[in-house]
Ligand binder design. Structure first.
Ligand code: NAP
Length: 468
């Protein structure tokens, strides 16, 4: 762990293993309750230093970290792949994205500004002027999931530092290494001691202690709906942002360019074995092109190479645990019992599952109405576009969705009617660049990430008014 700039251990060791075969990757230590308090105390002690640090210095630290990370993409990519089990090419891509998130955060540090308030719009405001300035919140607790251990941590830590805050980071227990490497990287780039602390251990104990802590001003959480809801209820008056689950849907109209739509749907469904919060899970295809779409989707899916995550040619590797793979397998089984058809894949070996494509999945089975978070997508057909929009909206979630069509009018009408945080036209809902506003409606969460938007959540406007 990293507390107040020091490497810290405890008497409770925990092994980190490669999810593909269980081979050891590293050893971490579970924080004690005293160490959680010490991490918050260190962040609190560093808060005045970060608050007083001019924006250009905060930006310079983040920019330097961007450059250093760019020069170490292979090393970080390997660490990501080893702890999360994602294919090495995806690990490297995540490291590259995280470096960009740092750069975008650096730019936002220099853009933080308030506004002039038109006081004289009110008779009582006559002779008064006012402006707002944005101030840091103080200590931010960042709790992150296993699926993007570096970039999703960066989406919290980069903007927090840009806004002049300090952080206590609790990474997922299965993927703690990237977070520790990130803290070391930022320390090398001049981040003051205590500005970023990393504690590891079970979310149910140390995570909750962190969320309860009276000196924590904000909780920024990415993870499951169940945990997110619980944390929101525990957080009391603290500011909370939640980036939660989804069962992303895409509509494919009969005028769509299938040469583009099919390979993108395959990529969007199976990257990181579907363990992406915006993974393509529900594909609604106009009934006239359904047969052609399914045939091509199966053909493309069969080309994906399943294997060890460290092999350069691997497209699909394991899920995070065998238990998760068994869960996905049972959801496929339930769908098949209720009339769905398996077109390809679905075979499981320990934690690894061949990418599965189903058709005719009824709306009431788990695969349709919950988040699969595994290498499985289904193709159902529809007759009218309104019918398709209703199917997309028939979800507890609302992170991102999309449509493939050549008709711009239909595309924008659909964009207006689908209830999500982000809508993609001629692109899959799994599409994200790291500076765009990103977040969900309904059970998918509250608040937005993307450095510009996260910095806003992580600072507050202070009004300064004077009588002239
Ligand atoms: P998770 O089980 O909710 O865990 C996320 C983090 O919360 C981990 O660090 C975990 O620690 C911690 N935690 C667990 N219980 C806690 C508690 N009671 N109090 C405080 N912290 C607690 O999620 P996951 O399985 O790692 O990630 C998968 C989920 O994340 C999916 O639902 C996915 O959709 C969502 N996700 C959303 C986004 C988005 O941007 N919307 C992005 C990526 C992932 P431990 O590991 O120690 O349990």
């Amino acid at each position: 762990m990293r507390i107040a700039g020091e490497a810290v251990t405890s008497s409770r060791k925990q092994q980190v293993a490669l999810p593909f075969d269980g081979s050891p990757v590293g050893t971490i230590f579970q924080a004690t309750a005293e160490q959680v308090d010490a991490a918050v105390a260190a962040a609190k002690a560093a808060a005045p230093i970060m608050r007083e640090m001019p924006a250009f210095e905060r930006a310079a630290i983040l920019r330097k970290a961007h450059e250093k990370l760019m020069s170490r993409l292979d090393e970080f990519g390997k660490a990501i792949s080893s702890e999360s089990g994602k294919p090495i090419k995806e690990g490297r891509l995540e490291a590259d994205r995280a470096a960009w998130t740092l750069l975008f955060s650096a730019e936002e540090a220099n853009r933080l500004c308030g506004e002039v308030v038109p006081m004289e719009a009110s008779p009582a405001g006559k002779g008064h002027m006012a402006m707002t300035v944005r101030e840091p919140l103080g200590v931010i607790a960042a709790i992150t999931p296993f699926n993007f251990p570096l970039n999703l941590s960066m989406h919290k830590i980069g903007p927090a530092i840009a806004g002049g805050n300090t952080v206590v980071h609790k990474p997922a227990s299965s993927t703690p290494i990237s977070g520790i490497l990130l803290a070391e990287l930022l320390a090398e780039c001049g981040l003051p001691k205590g500005a970023l602390n990393v504690i590891t251990g079970p979310g149910g104990s140390i995570g909750e202690q962190l969320v309860f802590h009276k000196d924590v001003a904000m909780v920024t959480f990415t993870g499951s709906v169940e945990v997110g809801l619980r944390l929101r209820n525990l957080a009391g008056m603290k500011r909370v942002t939640l980036e939660l689950g989804n069962n992303a849907a895409v509509i494919v109209e009969d005028d769509a360019n299938l040469d583009e739509a099919v390979p993108r749907c395959v990529a969007g469904a199976f990257a990181h074995s579907g363990q992406v919060c915006i993974s393509v899970q529900r594909i609604f295809v106009q009934e006239r092109i359904r047969a052609a779409f399914v045939e091509r989707m199966v053909e493309h899916t069969k080309k994906l190479r399943v294997g060890h995550p460290h092999e350069a040619s691997t497209d699909i590797s394991s899920l995070i645990t065998e238990k998760e793979a068994q869960r996905v397998e049972s959801w496929i089984g339930e769908a098949l019992e209720h009339g769905a058809k398996l077109m390809t894949g679905g075979k499981r070996t320990r934690a690894t599952m061949e990418p599965a494509v189903l058709t005719d999945v009824p709306a009431n089975v788990q695969l349709a109405c919950r988040e699969a978070f595994g290498p499985v997508a289904f193709v159902n057909s529809y007759s009218t576009l309104d019918d398709a929009i209703a199917k997309v909206n028939d979800s507890d979630y609302g992170l991102q969705a999309g449509i493939y069509t050549r008709d711009i009018q239909k595309a924008f009408q659909t964009a207006r009617k689908v209830h999500v945080g982000g809508f993609m036209i001629n692109e899959i809902p799994q599409y994200r660049v790291d500076h765009m506003p990103y977040g969900g409606v309904k059970m998918s969460g509250v608040g937005r990430e993307g450095p510009k938007y996260a910095v806003e959540e992580m600072t507050e406007p202070k009004l300064i008014c004077w009588k002239v």
